[in-house]
Design a protein around this ligand. Structure first.
Ligand code: PGA
Length: 248
């Protein structure tokens, strides 16, 4: 039985005072929540949010990290620095990192391995562009990103996959629950091929891309959808809490 996992990706939003207020509200409003939760603020907000979520049922995530543990990497943030702040999870391979900042599968894979080596949980994001979907390549693209992103990783117990069709992110267009579930099922098969049926059954696969209070329950009702990675709707407690407590 997989547990639902709802994560908020705050992207490049909020100041420290805004982040503190949102984190405090979420801690109060989700304390009776039944699922696993995470917030991933910008690097500059992490130190503010960390003491607020500490000891709560909300984990602390980062949205990216460098592929090297330290050194001459101007503008990058290291896994050791994130660990020092109490971060336990890192989102890697988000489509904005892949498509805007040109991160390729090899770089994402190096980051995944480094994060796991340091005891982090990883949310590995995968997803196809609209033209790839229209060309019938959605499954192949996701398969490639999963396989290459996890190359050399033998234990998936700290790995979560987020399927985020790029055309659905921040656009208001959501994949239908049926279309999303079909890709989730396919990703589970891909995992099964390399890691076996037990690992495939256990791995949590979140859906991301315009998840809202209005569509969360229908998405989560699907057999292979185990949670959500939420962007825009994670910026306000009024929209994140109903997603986090979907169905209640
Ligand atoms: P969105 O973003 O919910 O605003 O579409 C999701 C994401 O990018 O993780």
């Amino acid at each position: 039985m997989r547990n639902y996992y709802i994560a908020g990706n705050w992207k490049m939003h909020m100041t420290r005072s805004e982040a503190a207020e949102l984190a405090r509200t979420l801690v109060a409003q989700l304390k009776d929540g039944e699922h696993k939760y995470l917030v991933a603020p910008s690097f500059t907000l992490i130190e503010t949010v960390a003491p607020i979520v500490k000891g709560s049922n909300i984990g602390l995530g980062a949205q990216n990290m460098a592929a090297e543990p330290q050194g001459a990497h101007t503008g990058e943030v290291s896994v050791l620095q994130l660990k020092d702040l109490g971060v336990d999870t890192v989102i890697l391979g988000h489509s904005e990192r892949r498509h805007v900042y040109k991160e390729d599968d090899a770089l994402v894979n190096a980051k995944v391995k480094l994060a796991l080596q340091h005891g982090f949980e990883v949310i590995l994001c995968v997803g196809e562009l609209l033209e790839e979907r229209e060309a019938g390549r959605a499954e192949a693209v996701c398969e490639g990103q999963v396989v290459k992103g996890l190359e050399g990783v033998s234990d998936l117990s700290r790995v979560v996959i987020a399927y985020e069709p790029v055309w659905a992110i921040g656009t208001g267009k959501t994949a239908t629950p049926e279309d999303a579930d079909a890709i989730h099922a396919y990703i589970r098969k891909v995992i099964e091929k390399t890691y076996g049926a037990g690992a495939a059954e256990k791995i949590v696969i979140q859906y991301g891309g315009s998840v809202k209070p209005e569509n969360a329950a229908q998405l989560m009702a699907k057999e292979n959808i185990d949670g959500a990675l939420v962007g825009g709707a994670a910026l306000k407690a009024d929209s994140f809490v109903p997603i986090a407590k979907f169905g209640r």
